[in-house]
Design a protein around this ligand. Sequence first.
Ligand code: PLP
Length: 426
Amino acid sequence: MTSSAFSYRNGTLCAETLPLAEIADEVGTPFYCYSTQQLQRNYRDFAAPFADMDATICFAVKSNANLAVIRTLAACGAGADITAAGELERAMQAGVKPEKIVYSGAGKRRDEIMAAIKARIRQINAESLSELPVISSVAVELGVTTPVMLRVNPDVDAKTHKHLATGHKETKFGIEMAQLDEAIRLATTLPGLDFKGFSVHVGTHVMDYEPFRLAYRKLADLVKSCRARGVKIERLDLGGGVGIPYDGQKLAPFADYAAVVHDEIAPLGCAVIFEPGRRLVGDAGVLVSRVVYVKQGVTKKFLVLDAGMNDLIRPAMYEARHGIVAVRSSGDAETETVDVVGPVCETGDMFGKNYSLPKMQAGDLVAILQGGAYGAAMSSVYNGRPLIPEVLVDGARHAVVRRRLSVAEQMAWESMPEWLASDRAV
Ligand SMILES: *Cc1c(COP(=O)(O)O)cnc(C)c1O
């Protein structure tokens, strides 16, 4: 249930060798904790089956944008998949080489495209016919030729949550098959563009590898038909989206995904790019929270935590169910069934119903598992809550890699207009 980096030692849950309770005493709760070893292991596990291909693994920064996390993966050899210019700054600050950065996104602004081309990133994945002339005009303005890919919408059903699917034709993502001829024409004729190939991303948290097979097969057919027409295809970007098991879920081995890539894509002899996010960071992080109240209702028992939907929005947004465990667990403790909720004033602020946990008291710690992806990255200050710390563990070492943002700092972002500034206004 817990990944190998988070396991019990002497009845207490540890990150690698460090008890999470000790970190809680140091930084307070709630906080995110990431394991370096798990990040490294996940990167190695992803890369190993593709060692025989010309493969670049670009970490999807949107899943966890912490600089230390990006840098840890970059040190393993990862590039970055970015979705906005802010993530370009982060990736470069973390030490990712621009030639390993790829940029996807349905709404890239001109200034963002400008920043990406100036940085000389590996490629821009264009997502619409409207975007290509903008990339072209920026490249021309800068007097350069810039590598572009066309993000294809393969129209496959990713069989994931409706808010996580991106590869069917009703979504805003990618260029529909019917418009590809026109897109290829633009990409190969507009000035300043160096057309390299296609990208595809079917969705995120995809638990069944068949949608990948379908999408990759369409991509392969496309490559063949382009080549038959004399259009050169050098690279394919296979996107991200490989799921991880959340609470009680089962997933076919990663080798099965690798086999799909080998079957469908390897024979084409293209360079390939992967854009994994969740698969690299999901199980490398936990959210540690303290029980504020044990609330016995008339029919239900609730654990009210000090972490809320602003810290981890996935349950509210995607009906996700994360594993939740007690940080101290003697193994034979009496368990009970509880709903686990946060303190935010929203009915949706609930981590999940009917968790079986050891009997807990106010002040006890829980760990919400699989918290490394789309956790801290999607957090907000809703309800006037501070952004929470992120801690990175490496063996016996640990460091606070983002400190808690105080409410005073939050308020310092704001300013009072001059007409409200005087005491008389109130
Ligand atoms: C979100 C996203 C990813 C990463 O998805 P994961 O499920 O975290 O692997 C990769 N590529 C693109 C284009 C994305 O939008």
